[in-house]
Design a binder for this molecule. Structure first.
Ligand code: FAD
Ligand code: SF4
Length: 508
């Protein structure tokens, strides 16, 4: 599969004449949602490069293109026919990270063809698949912090004696600054690549593969191990020193606003071109060799994302699938407005985050969570539609990581399995973390009136309509005390304005 490009896997450590490795561009994989063109290109080009590298290393490889797989109904159909054609006695696959694919593979009746069937580990994640039930239980709310500490201790990552390095597990309070005007000129130019795509685009056209989003003249994302390692080096050199500090910052006033100090390694890691431990070890050795430039708060912030959040969402996905995909605890039913596909809205924060997503197939965490996700949550968009949009648009979107982040963390559709409270915010938060509001059609200071920031009244409308459920949550009690303290007429007008916005979402 396109997300199983782990060249260090034990499969490839010996050459076997009787083993045939199959990589396939599948129509089912490009069609299960409509994808951003850069996402399809990144997976297909990476598979092409991987197949070539395996061949050069002396392995037998069958790399099937869209034209080769067009006549097969789906993955099981293709596999059965290949087994027949090559007289296969034993079929092995790496465990897929998506429930959908695992179900398909486990449904194939290899026994009836007298073929031995083996599913092996991908040898990629820090927590082996069979150990995940130690940390995660179906239907049980689980928080990142406890899991993260256990993983750091177990793998002795930045631990001194039995204590975390620096005596603290979490340095969030030192991080998460806004970018000042004087910081803008220092944002590093992102390292991008120049991968040829004309042949691939022609093939997508010939096969009538639907896609959306922009594509430059070449693909800028890393598709080989060499490129991924170069991006990791570049990040350690240029991004890591300020990673945590500006992790949550957003700006509309820099050519590099889309990349800032983020690593942009998620595609390469998720496709398994590089491993999470390799990334973490490389970053830690950079921190150790530049103690005056890279503070503990920066490296801890980065390590937490990879050994913490990334492994955590995978655990929550597998503990709760398949039911997780159906959860809609806030009963959200509205349709996604059309500007999610065009970026054309008067809300500057949304315009910037959506346009950037369509241009680069990328937005950083806070844009995904506190701008676009927050908007969907406040407006009650159907989580199926939100999931599909996120799964289609982002370069790194694979269901096991996309869904818990979107349906769980961002939309609270799981009722709190992942997040202890909904990640909602009014315009004040966006104004605090960005310079978007000063260039916006709307006024962030106002709650009511035509020019008032939509996030403000939507925030209070959300809190008001879900008060039955949320006012019992001790983490948001304060919000309800503030709502109760609001001057009566202002409260009525704010809720009214929120209602008007909900009924006119498409015109914002
Ligand atoms: C609503 C929503 C949807 C998301 N969908 C995806 C998705 O489909 N695929 C995906 O890989 N990430 C997803 N994320 C997490 C995060 O936004 C991306 O991993 C990150 O923006 C990728 O950019 P980067 O490589 O520059 O990350 P950096 O900011 O440089 O972070 C370093 C690495 O940490 C890991 N990471 C950070 N946060 C998370 C997280 N919450 N979950 C998992 N890994 C994390 C990633 O591997 C990332 O490459 C989502 C977050 C939200 C809020
Ligand atoms: S004023 Fe509101 S809509 Fe405009 S950028 Fe700020 S938060 Fe977004």
């Amino acid at each position: 599969m396109g997300d199983q490009l782990n060249a260090s896997h034990s499969w490839y450590q010996h050459k076997e004449d009787t083993v045939l490795y199959v990589l396939a561009e599948l129509h089912q994989e490009v069609n299960y949602v409509k994808h951003h063109v850069q996402k399809i290109a990144a997976f297909f080009l990476s598979m092409q490069a991987f197949a070539k590298a395996l061949q050069l290393a002396g392995h037998h490889v069958l790399h099937l293109r869209l034209e080769d797989t067009a006549l097969y109904a789906d993955l099981p159909d293709l596999l059965m026919q290949l087994c027949d054609r090559f007289n296969i006695e034993r079929f092995e696959h790496q465990r897929p990270d998506e429930y959908r694919l695992l179900t398909q593979l486990q449904g194939i009746n290899f026994q009836s063809q007298s073929i031995d069937y083996v599913c092996v580990d991908t040898e990629h994640f820090i927590v082996p698949f069979d150990d995940m039930n130690t940390y995660f239980k179906q239907g049980k709310a689980t928080r990142l912090e406890g899991f993260y500490r256990k993983i750091r201790q177990k793998h002795n990552i930045m631990i001194q004696g039995s204590e975390p390095l620096g005596g603290q597990w979490n340095f969030d309070a030192d991080n998460r600054n806004k970018l000042k005007k004087s910081d803008l000129a220092c944002i590093p130019e992102p390292l991008i690549f120049d991968n040829e795509i004309s042949d691939l685009l022609l093939r997508l056209k010939n096969h009538k593969i639907e896609h959306f989003g922009e594509m430059g003249s070449t693909l800028i994302w890393p598709v080989t191990r060499k490129q991924a390692l170069a991006l990791l080096d570049y990040f350690c050199e240029n991004g890591l020193p300020l990673f945590g500090k500006f992790q949550d910052a957003m700006t509309g006033n820099s050519d590099y606003a889309w990349s800032l100090y983020h690593s942009r390694l998620s595609f390469a890691i998720n496709a398994k071109i590089i491993s999470p431990m390799q990334v973490v070890n490389r970053a830690i050795s950079e921190f150790e060799s530049r103690p005056n430039e890279i503070s503990l708060a920066q490296i801890e912030g980065f390590v937490r994302q990879i050994i913490g959040w990334r492994e955590f969402v995978r655990g929550m996905y597998w503990a709760n699938m398949p039911g997780y995909a159906e959860l809609n605890s806030l009963d959200a039913k509205r349709n996604l407005p059309s500007y999610f596909w065009s970026g054309e809205t008067k809300m500057n924060c949304m315009q910037k985050a959506l346009s950037q997503s369509l241009k680069y197939a990328y937005a950083h965490h806070i844009q995904r969570l506190m701008v676009i996700g927050n908007f969907c949550l406040l407006t009650g968009i159907d989580p199926d539609q939100v999931d599909q949009w996120y799964l289609g648009v982002y370069i790194d979107a694979i269901e096991w990581v996309e869904m818990p982040n979107t349906r769980g963390m961002s939309q609270f559709a799981d009722g709190g399995l992942i997040a202890s409270k909904p990640y909602t915010a009014s315009g004040a938060y966006i104004n605090r973390m960005s310079d978007y509001c000063s260039d916006c059609h709307y006024s962030v200071k106002e709650k009511v009136g035509e020019s008032a920031c939509p996030f403000n009244s939507l925030y209070w409308h959300f809190m008001d309509r879900h008060k039955e459920r949320l006012s019992k949550n001790p983490r948001i009690g304060m919000v309800y005390r503030n709502l109760n303290k609001m001057e009566k007429q202002l409260r009525v007008d704010t809720i009214e304005r929120g209602q008007w916005i909900l009924e006119n979402l498409h015109s914002l």
